[in-house]
Design a protein around this ligand. Structure first.
Ligand code: DP6
Length: 410
């Protein structure tokens, strides 16, 4: 809330953080491009912010002339239509709240205020990890705090980037597609909190290839226009798969979770190949990881590990805590890093482990040196958070960036 004295002098400043999420039932295809309404529901796991997060500071003041934004230290164009949608929707909610009986003046809802936005990621942009979900979730959450708006904000984050609506909650989150034309029922909901499955671990295998693949927005547009497989997937596969996935999560049934996750990732990439002209997101390292996972699981006659790939070559691995040391060792054996060391594994510490000759033989791949840059070891985590410590603000008390900062690669 904005105190009256603040409206005339210093900017009102808030800082929040928001997480990355990885879909295990993928979103691909829109039925409305402007409102960002999907052709099917999806489900994701929110990753822990200790490893991957966006931090955003929003300052609002009557003394600012125009809305402005800085991303990873560089001023960006604020007229971006999706950014404008989020700003407009938050201001609309603030106005609604005022008209719904808050007797305070326009001043208290900040409607006459311009905003300054400053945002950074704690992971390198070069890693090719989707940052738009965390970025828009953080933007919407921080704007809502600054303008004193409450309630479900996933419908607003969705209008920034579809997958961003799922980053508004922690743990296991579904985005219900909805069927209204105005999109009011296309929102995210938490299925289970992050505490529900404490043994679940997530390893992000950051691929070395840096070629920028075709973006999700235009990729899925071409898929909707040309892929009959995508139509079949949305109508006849995803509804059933969502039910099965929700049950697998609720029961903490890893084998079922793993099978649906891998099949869904594969079907998503199959719809990309069915798109005309076709879209390829997987490279030869991705393919080797797919083989490696199936042979690893085959060796143990049990699904211990699952892979998932988004619109790029990075593999996201889901497994249980007890299998992490051995599996990481296997990855390191088949994708030996130059730097032979600590730098290969970032995030949650991973214990050393030995691997048997039988296991190496069962996998039987030719090692690919430096095929994987590094691994980020993480787990499921909470949704957006408010940072109370004002020394963490990215904007100084006058509402301008404190210092020029890039992404922090540590
Ligand atoms: C493959 O949310 O980035 O990661 O709504 O156009 O911004 P827009 O697309 P975006 O698409 C994400 C696609 C995906 C699958 C997923 O996260 O569900």
């Amino acid at each position: 809330r904005i105190m009256p004295e603040e409206t005339t002098s210093r900017p009102h400043i808030v800082t929040c953080t928001a997480p990355v999420n990885i879909a295990v039932v993928k979103y691909w295809g829109k039925r409305d491009e402007d409102l960002i309404l999907p052709i099917s529901s999806s489900l994701s796991v929110t990753l822990h912010q200790d490893q991957l997060k966006t931090t955003t500071t929003v300052a609002i003041s009557t003394s600012f002339k125009v809305d402005r934004m800085w991303l990873n230290g560089k001023e960006e164009d604020i007229t971006h239509p999706r950014l404008q949608s989020c700003l407009r929707e938050i201001r609309r909610l603030a106005r609604k709240r005022r008209n719904d009986g808050e007797p305070d003046s326009t001043e208290s809802t900040g409607l006459s205020h311009k905003v300054h936005i400053c945002s950074v990621n704690n992971f390198p942009t070069a890693a090719g990890l989707a940052s738009s979900a965390a970025g828009f979730a953080c933007l919407v959450y921080s704007l809502a705090q600054a303008f004193g708006v409450e309630g479900d904000l996933s419908g607003i984050a969705r209008q920034g980037s579809g997958s961003a609506c799922r980053s508004m909650y922690g743990g296991f989150v579904q985005w219900i597609m909805g069927n209204r034309d105005d999109g009011k029922d296309s929102i995210a909901q938490q299925v289970e909190p992050e505490s529900h499955w404490p043994e679940l671990r997530i390893l992000v295998l950051v691929a070395s290839a840096k070629r920028k693949p075709i973006g999700s927005t235009s990729g899925m547009q071409t898929s909707v226009q040309t892929s009959v497989l995508l139509k079949h997937r949305a109508e006849s596969v995803v509804p059933h798969r969502m039910d099965k996935m929700i049950k697998a999560v609720q029961k903490r049934d890893f084998a079922a979770f793993a099978e649906i996750t891998m099949k869904d990732s594969n079907q998503f990439h199959a719809t990309c190949l069915d798109t005309y002209p076709p879209i390829f997101y997987l490279n030869s390292v991705s393919q080797q990881i797919i083989h490696l996972v199936h042979r690893y699981n085959g060796h143990y006659r049990e699904s211990r590990v699952a892979y998932s790939f988004d619109a790029g070559p990075n593999a996201v691995i889901f497994t249980l805590q007890q299998h992490v040391p051995e599996f990481v060792r296997v990855v390191q054996h088949f994708f030996p890093p130059d730097t032979n060391g600590e730098d290969f594994i970032k995030g949650l510490p991973v214990k050393g482990a030995a691997i048997s000759e039988e296991l190496k033989e069962a996998i039987g791949l030719e090692p690919t040196p430096n095929g994987i840059n590094y691994i980020i070891s993480t787990k499921a985590g909470p949704g957006p958070c408010i940072i109370e410590d004002s020394s963490q603000h990215l904007l100084s008390p006058d509402g301008f960036p404190k210092k020029v900062t890039g992404s922090n690669p540590s």
